[in-house]
Design a protein around this ligand. Structure first.
Ligand SMILES: *[C@@H]1O[C@H](CO)[C@@H](O)[C@H](O)[C@H]1NC(C)=O
Ligand SMILES: *[C@@H]1O[C@H](CO)[C@@H](O)[C@H](O)[C@H]1NC(C)=O
Ligand SMILES: *[C@@H]1O[C@H](CO)[C@@H](O)[C@H](O)[C@H]1NC(C)=O
Ligand SMILES: *[C@@H]1O[C@H](CO)[C@@H](O)[C@H](O)[C@H]1NC(C)=O
Ligand SMILES: *[C@@H]1O[C@H](CO)[C@@H](O)[C@H](O)[C@H]1NC(C)=O
Ligand SMILES: *[C@@H]1O[C@H](CO)[C@@H](O)[C@H](O)[C@H]1NC(C)=O
Length: 520
């Protein structure tokens, strides 16, 4: 009898020899839908380029700008990897020409602090991703020469050299808020789980690209306190951590957390580091598995009126769950799906699909067909303690049907719900997810298109979305339009693979980074 291990070896040998892929889902592109998303990208870019560039963000109604990210052209740097994915040569050329002119020594307002986290995930990642994608594009693509490519990487190095002062604390856990001219830290005494734990992909990639190990070492030293949390109160369940860390000694100072904003992307990056390089980041994978298993066991919660839906509760220590979540946390489905694909664990994929479905229900329940910033529910099995309250009277009817009530009604052009559908589609090939994304696109396009681009709205459950805030955040370019496009687009090297041959891994701002290790 042929042992199955031997058979696997034979199969993998022959698939290498004959260039066959392991059998994955079948995908069907919708070029018409992809083109409509690209139209939205070009429209938003034209407005930004005319009225705001090279400032950070477009105010689409007043046709002016805001420097909310230190004035280095956040929307331009956040847009470049999407422009490359869309093969938008004109926009790529405009941004590549701009990059060498940025003065990363000087923020637009010297009083403003520079966020180590935001600057890493938007600017540093945007530059690294542009360099990875353009370096791997067919030679001569977009007429970009090696001098221009080098300038992109030089700017990434220059920026990181200014930011690295953040890690100069007694423990090596960075301070998030910095000042420049000269680079220095503020006097913050703590930093948060997400803002510490969402640097390591970008800073490791920079070291791997430049051969200078310092950046990887700084970010991995900081991460070491999260992988081995102290004291015990900082880890209420295996792998699930508190939120705030004392930068003087690396100790957690609280026991509250979950998958919501402030904690979210620490968990996201654990499995993404393993995807980036299995040989170096197995310990990160182990922490992700612990967190995933504990989340399924202790945090999964079904609304009393909709037992078909699943959200993840937040916690303050083991004894206090709170049944609230939001748009930001809806990346969780996609992250469970990616973990399941990476580790060959269909149960994680299945759980991720349940989360992605439940976030879809937050879109379909509202007047605009767009999900709210914040929501809550009553757990169907927990007792009716004060920590598991019923819906407020004015939303009781809504809750009966929807399975959640709205705690913050904004939509600020966030991506996470669509991001999870993208992973669900890549894992299953089920065209339902493409249809969900297309419907969401049409609703966002109909509600948020205004003036020279797109604006945040104040109320997803009011006709026309309530009112506009006259602001278009840079992640509209980096994330929303990219996931909306990719789910409808043809196969390409950056598409997420269900069959262990990912060439890229997406940072939390959806900038694709070339993986370092051998494919898994
Ligand atoms: C922002 O745009 C204005 C008007 O085009 C320009 O004068 C200014 O220099 C820009 N600011 C930055 C930081 O680029
Ligand atoms: C690279 O392209 C830039 C922009 O088109 C141009 O100014 C520069 O001279 C080129 N450099 C080389 C070495 O071809
Ligand atoms: C930090 O505290 C020191 C000592 O109190 C003070 O001199 C310094 O200005 C503070 N730095 C910042 C950035 O606030
Ligand atoms: C309550 O718990 C039971 C048993 O674990 C489970 O089957 C059911 O789905 C839960 N219902 C809700 C609404 O949470
Ligand atoms: C909680 O309150 C609801 C009414 O709001 C009631 O129907 C339900 O039986 C109560 N559950 C428990 C476990 O007390
Ligand atoms: C998106 O909105 C624009 C502006 O209102 C409109 O011209 C376009 O047809 C819309 N696209 C889709 C696919 O609905």
């Amino acid at each position: 009898m042929v042992s199955s291990a031997w058979l696997l070896t034979l199969l993998s040998f022959s698939s290498q020899a004959y260039g066959l892929q392991a059998r994955g889902p079948t995908y069907e592109a919708h070029p018409d839908r992809a083109a409509a998303v690209k139209e939205a990208f070009d429209r938003a870019w034209a407005g930004y380029y005319q009225y705001a560039f090279p400032n950070d963000s477009l105010k689409p109604i007043s046709k002016s700008f805001q420097n909310d990210r230190n004035g280095w052209g956040a929307s331009a740097i956040d847009a470049i990897s999407t422009a490359i994915v869309m093969e938008d040569a004109v926009v790529i050329g405009q941004i590549v020409d701009y990059i060498p002119t940025i003065n990363f020594d000087k923020p637009s307002n010297s009083e403003d602090t520079i966020s180590l986290f935001e600057t890493t995930i938007r600017y540093l990642a945007g530059l690294l991703s542009a360099h990875d994608l353009l370096s791997n594009a067919p030679s001569g693509s977009y007429g970009i020469n090696s001098t221009q490519l080098d300038a992109i990487l030089d700017q990434a190095i220059h920026l990181a050299d200014n930011l690295k002062v953040g890690f100069d604390t007694p423990s090596g856990v960075p301070i998030n808020d910095l000042l420049f001219q000269p680079p220095r830290t503020t006097n913050s005494t703590t930093n948060g789980l997400a803002t510490i734990g969402t640097l390591v992909l970008e800073w490791t990639r920079l070291s791997d690209k430049t051969g200078k190990s310092e950046y990887a070492e700084l970010s991995q030293k900081a991460e070491s306190y999260l992988l081995n949390p102290k004291p015990a109160s900082g880890e209420p369940w295996p792998g699930l951590l508190g939120t705030n860390v004392d930068v003087s000694n690396g100790n957690f100072v609280d026991s509250s957390g979950g998958w919501n904003g402030g904690d979210d992307s620490y968990y996201e990056y654990l499995i993404k580091m393993y995807l980036y390089d299995t040989s170096r980041f197995a310990a990160y994978k182990d922490s992700w598995v612990e967190a995933a298993d504990s989340s399924i066991k202790y945090l999964a919660s079904h609304p009393s009126t909709r037992p078909d839906m699943t959200f993840l509760a937040a916690y303050d220590g083991r004894d206090q769950l709170s049944y609230r979540s939001g748009h930001l946390a809806c990346f969780d489905g996609g992250n469970f799906i990616l973990g399941g694909l990476t580790l060959d664990k269909p149960e994680y994929v299945q759980f991720g699909i349940e989360l992605a479905y439940s976030c879809h229900e937050t879109y379909t329940a509202t007047v605009t067909g767009i999900g709210p910033e914040g929501f809550a529910w009553q757990d169907g099995n927990a007792s009716n303690a004060t920590s598991n309250p019923a819906a407020p009277a004015e939303q009781a009817e809504f809750y009966k049907e929807a399975g959640f009530w709205i705690t913050s009604s904004y939509y600020i052009l966030r991506p996470e719900v669509i991001e999870s559908w993208y992973y669900a589609y890549r894992a299953t090939g089920d065209s339902k997810y493409q249809d969900w994304a297309w419907t969401a696109f049409q609703n966002i396009n109909a509600t948020c298109s205004v003036g020279a681009g797109f604006s945040e709205i104040t109320d997803v459950n009011a006709p026309k979305g309530g009112s506009f805030t006259d602001f278009q955040d840079s992640f509209w370019f980096a994330e929303v339009l990219k996931y909306l496009y990719m789910i409808q687009a043809e196969e390409a090297p950056w598409q997420v693979s269900a069959t262990h041959d990912n060439q890229y891994v997406f940072n939390t701002e959806a900038h694709p980074m070339k993986v370092a290790g051998t494919p898994i």
